[in-house]
Write a protein that binds this ligand. Structure first.
Ligand code: PNS
Length: 161
């Protein structure tokens, strides 16, 4: 049977760390569905449509990866699309507590869904969408953190503000 994995997140915006994890997942699983959370308490910088566009551009060469968005509970979405795995990245020990809590809660919500933790390349272990936005806001260098089109979009967002 085909192994479908969902890589969920806010992706506001996608970083090279996310892309590294998507590439690693694409090499492991038959299908990877990158899923952007639609309903969130956070106020995102980019709309869901903008985030879908940026991610689609980033994964266009990976034939077994698709990009979509979801609302509601993650485990419900995973089951609806016939997937059985959730992929989450752990950069450092500091990520672990939150990820453990989520994975165990998701396991409680559905015993059909398993969480797989993956490590991004060391070079991205300090990278986050939050820090990237902060740097872009102050006009700092983005090279190596995000794809070129995301860099342009980041700068133009902050120019407009
Ligand atoms: O990139 P993020 O913001 O760390 O991703 C968090 C995400 C989207 C994976 C998480 O907030 C989520 O799954 N939200 C959907 C609602 C849900 O299922 N909540 C219970 C999780 S235990």
């Amino acid at each position: 049977m085909e192994t479908r994995a969902v890589y969920p997140g806010s992706f506001d915006p996608v970083t090279n760390g996310h892309i590294d994890l998507i590439q690693r997942s694409a090499a492991l699983f038959d299908k990877v569905i990158v899923a952007i959370l639609r309903n969130t308490d956070k106020t995102p910088l980019f709309t869901v449509e903008e985030r879908v566009t940026m991610l689609e551009e980033a994964v266009k060469d990976l034939k077994n990866v698709s990009v979509t968005s979801f609302a509601g509970l993650l485990v419900d979405f995973v089951e609806q699309i016939g997937a059985s795995l959730i992929v989450r990245g752990i950069r450092a020990v500091s990520d672990y507590e939150y990820e453990l809590q989520m994975a165990l809660m998701n396991r409680r919500l559905s015993n059909k869904v398993e969480t797989v933790f993956m490590l991004p390349a060391e070079a991205y272990s300090f990278l986050s969408s939050k820090l990237v936005k902060e740097i872009a806001q102050h006009g700092g260098p983005m090279h190596g953190f995000v794809p070129a089109d995301v860099e342009k979009r980041l700068y133009s967002k902050f120019r407009k503000k």
